[in-house]
Write a protein that binds this ligand. Structure first.
Ligand code: SAM
Ligand code: SF4
Length: 354
């Protein structure tokens, strides 16, 4: 059997997810790197991530900024702080800023629209939003204000697992997230989605289905990060107290995360795929390098002002928490150049081959 059809099918993906033989896996790594070079080139595009608020009305069982975490100090950046940070991203040479937050009802939709407009007119950067589930009115308003892209992970396509992780009246809904992604495409956003790897009770079959869904949705951006347990969350407590059931799930390791990135590159050759901060948090610089060598082509340096960064506590040990923006930037440029790749210049939009 050819293990690399031009369009990867479910069975092939499952085969590779279960493969542990390093010699055999070399074939997968080489193919993913080749396809990455052919379709998205040697540039690694940098997207400056600004964590604009850690208020959230949702209660996702894995996330440290969930509404039930009452011990966390909450913050919301002012309009001027956000715009000044975007200008700093421009100075560093980035082509995109990503505005990310919890689902924060304290930010009026009109304020977000104003911020988008101001970043576009003063910095001329591509603006990506990652503000969770939103109404169609808000999505239209922000598109009209100039937003270019939107990231909304479906986290897992396994309905049963999704329901376990998202409970309560305000819970994330899988169908709601998928239909928001499809609607944003209609509005003309570049859209991104993604999953978490190594959630307790996650199966290889469900990850193979996630990758097939990435392909079916024709995503422009795909974020794949490992699950990083947070001790103050319900899932973090399950992770540390139910070792046996956790050990039967897909592992939340750098190796497994990078393998999913490689398979996703083969399934979705044109997509922009980051080597995520969550991966660097558990695997360090080496994992980030390997991820770039096995399919990834994007890095999202954290440029949130240091005084807020520690409070965007979605999981512990975020690699960027202690470093200032300039030092983080220099480390990342060095990393890219050390593997013979080129820091991308400009927006780094998805390029369609036909
Ligand atoms: N609130 C928005 C949302 O949920 O789409 C955007 C911000 S949210 C913090 C961004 C992403 O963080 C989520 O999509 C989720 O995948 C990830 N995340 C949260 N907690 C995590 C954890 N403990 N380990 C790994 N990823 C996590
Ligand atoms: Fe809120 Fe997003 Fe965290 Fe869920 S993952 S609790 S929506 S910030």
């Amino acid at each position: 059997m050819s293990r690399f059809l031009s369009i990867m099918v479910y069975e092939e993906i499952l085969y590779w997810l279960r493969e542990n033989n390093e010699e055999k896996l070399k074939e997968l790594w080489e193919k993913a790197d080749l396809v990455r070079r052919q379709f998205v080139g040697d540039e690694v595009y940098l997207r400056g991530l600004i964590e604009i608020s850690n208020y959230c009305s949702k209660n996702c069982s894995y996330c440290g900024i969930r509404v039930s975490n009452k011990s966390l100090k909450r913050y919301r950046m002012s309009k001027d702080e956000i715009i000044d940070t975007a200008l700093l991203a421009k100075e560093l040479g980035y082509g995109t800023v990503v505005l990310q937050s919890g689902e924060d009802p304290g930010f009026l939709p009109e304020e977000i629209a104003y911020i988008i407009g101001d970043i576009k007119s003063k910095a001329g950067l591509a603006v990506t939003l990652s503000l969770g589930e939103q109404s169609r009115e808000n999505l239209k308003l922000w598109k009209r204000a100039g937003a270019d892209r939107y990231l909304l992970k479906f986290e897992t396509s396994d309905e049963r697992l999704f329901k376990k992780l998202h409970r309560g009246p305000s819970a994330k809904k899988l169908a709601g997230r998928i239909s928001q992604i499809l609607y944003m495409k209609e509005l003309g956003y570049e859209v991104g989605s993604g999953i978490i790897i190594g959630l307790p009770y996650q199966t290889y079959e469900s990850i193979a289905k996630d990758i097939v869904l990435f392909k079916e949705m024709d995503l422009d951006m795909i974020g794949i990060g490992p699950y990083v347990p947070h001790p103050l969350t319900p899932l973090g407590k399950i992770y540390s107290s139910h070792k046996e059931s956790v050990s039967k799930s897909v592992p939340n390791t750098p190796e497994m995360t990078i393998k999913v990135v490689a398979l996703t590159r083969l399934a979705c050759p044109e997509s922009n795929i980051p080597a995520t901060t969550a991966l660097a948090t558990i695997g360090g610089v080496e994992a980030r390098k390997l991820c770039l060598l096995r399919g990834a082509n994007i890095i999202m340096p954290n440029i949130t002002p240091l005084k807020y960064r520690v409070y965007y506590d979605i999981y512990p040990g975020k690699t960027c928490s202690i470093k200032n923006i300039q030092d983080t930037h220099e480390d990342i440029i060095q990393l890219i150049e050390s593997i013979g790749r080129i820091p991308g210049v400009g927006r780094g939009d998805r390029v369609r081959q036909n």
